[in-house]
Write a protein of this length. Structure first.
Length: 431
């Protein structure tokens, strides 16, 4: 399943900068409202891909493969690279469960490769010999790599787990663990979709990151990323979409965006220095109309470190999100005066919002801050204790919370009542 949604948010924002976003069939907000689709599925397949139909979540409809790999000899080939070498683009390669000790090069071919029994039982071990998987030959179409655990990668100056260069790749049900390098997944001038991907338990260089992508596009859905010992969980210079995901970096930045665009929905991002640091160039020859890049966030949490979200020279549209940090929950420098905020919570910070420009923020709550606004004027809708279930781990509104039915009056929650303030309030529309 490939999610073609890189361009959609820009169109949505052009019409309504605070409209809602949803990926159908997923309800990760834990708010009890079903984000339902209407499709049905009558297949009898037994794969692992977390599709959005009515099958069990570990089931996906896989086509008949062109090549089968089995390390025990019952397939067409015993090694995965042999299958790639023999494949004619495009091809489908099914890999039976085993521990494969090899490093793969997709050789510029368009290949749909999947572990039949999923990532828990299909192990790809690079044995410390370098990058485990390479898409570096300008694959012309979309390739898929699904149902694998990638381990044993080693590259102190580059990507230990996977390298994607000028290629379009979808990763689904993939786990990266036990790799050592400057980065775990590294890309440039390609398109990378992550669906149900985990990058956790790796040895990342102190100046490195779990994901480094320079140019192209990057999207995440139901993905878990940790920088472990690195500086950033994600560094990007692309259009980035994060949906229903968790990103953490106790030693640095959750996400570090240089000159890209950011769309974050129903996700949690934490950092030891800052959860999110995003900036456009202040004034350059190539972009004299700066700030032109967008930072869009809905139903998400940005917390930890000195600043929850540090956004510079961009245009913001943030709604139903929570921001907190030691110095500031949300810090803005040189951002567009057309930036907007609705139904947000700014909490537990020395300053709820810090900025050097006007900021249209309405129906928002400020709680337990030393100062609510620094450098700009704010008008809290609610200043009382939000009565979260467990701050900051569970931001569900408890019974009697003053944030319930206190949000933007033109928005309704899915139960038809007036929208709430905070992460689990507000409408949920489609892309």
């Amino acid at each position: 399943m490939r999610l073609f949604f890189f361009a959609a948010p820009a169109l949505l924002l052009a019409c309504n900068p605070v409209s809602s976003i949803e990926i159908k069939g997923v309800d990760t907000a834990s708010d009890g409202d079903a984000d339902t689709d209407t499709d049905t599925d009558t297949d009898t397949d037994t794969d692992t891909d977390s599709d959005t139909d009515t099958d069990p979540p570990d089931d996906v409809d896989e086509p008949v493969p062109d090549i089968v790999v089995d390390c025990e000899g019952s397939g067409d080939y015993e090694t995965i690279q042999e299958a790639i070498d023999a494949a004619v683009s495009p091809s489908r390669i099914a890999v039976k469960k085993c521990e494969y000790h090899e490093r793969l090069d997709f050789l510029g071919k368009i290949i749909d490769m999947y572990g039949i029994d999923g990532s828990a039982d299909t192990i790809l071990d690079g044995d410390g010999g370098g990058t485990v998987v390479d898409f570096e030959e300008m694959e012309a179409g979309w390739s898929r790599f699904a149902g694998f655990t990638v381990t044993g990668g080693y590259d102190p100056g580059d990507a230990a787990g996977m390298e994607v260069t000028k290629a379009s790749v979808e990763l689904e049900d993939v786990v990266f663990e036990g790799n050592e390098g400057l980065s775990i997944l590294r890309g440039s001038w390609g398109s990378i979709d992550l669906i149900d991907v985990t990058i956790l338990g790796n040895d990342i260089a102190s100046a490195g990151q779990a994901i480094y992508v320079d140019g192209g596009g990057l999207s995440m859905d139901r993905t878990r990323i940790d920088c472990d010992t690195g500086t950033q969980a994600v560094w990007h210079h692309v259009q980035l979409i994060i949906a229903d995901s968790m990103i953490t970096c106790d030693t640095g930045y959750g996400v570090h965006d240089y000159h890209g665009e950011d769309y974050i929905v129903r996700s949690s991002i934490y950092g030891g220095i800052a959860a999110y640091y995003a900036y456009d160039n202040e004034n350059t020859a190539e972009e004299p109309d700066s700030p032109s890049e967008r930072f869009y966030a809905e139903n998400s949490v940005f917390g930890g470190g000195s600043v929850g979200a540090d956004i510079r020279y961009m245009t913001l549209a943030v709604s139903n999100s929570v921001f907190y940090g030691g110095d500031s929950g949300l810090s803005m420098t040189g951002c567009s005066t057309s930036s907007t905020g609705v139904n947000n919570v700014y909490a537990d910070s020395a300053c709820g919002i810090t900025g050097d420009q006007t900021f249209s923020d309405s129906y928002s709550a400020f709680w337990d801050n030393t100062a609510d606004g620094c450098g700009l004027t704010v008008s809290p809708e609610v200043s009382a204790d939000p009565l979260f279930a467990s701050w900051p781990d569970d931001l569900t509104l408890g019974a009697g919370s003053p944030l319930i039915d206190a949000g933007y009056m033109a928005w309704d929650d899915t139960d038809g009542s007036r929208s709430d303030i905070g992460r689990f309030g507000g409408p949920k529309g489609g892309w």
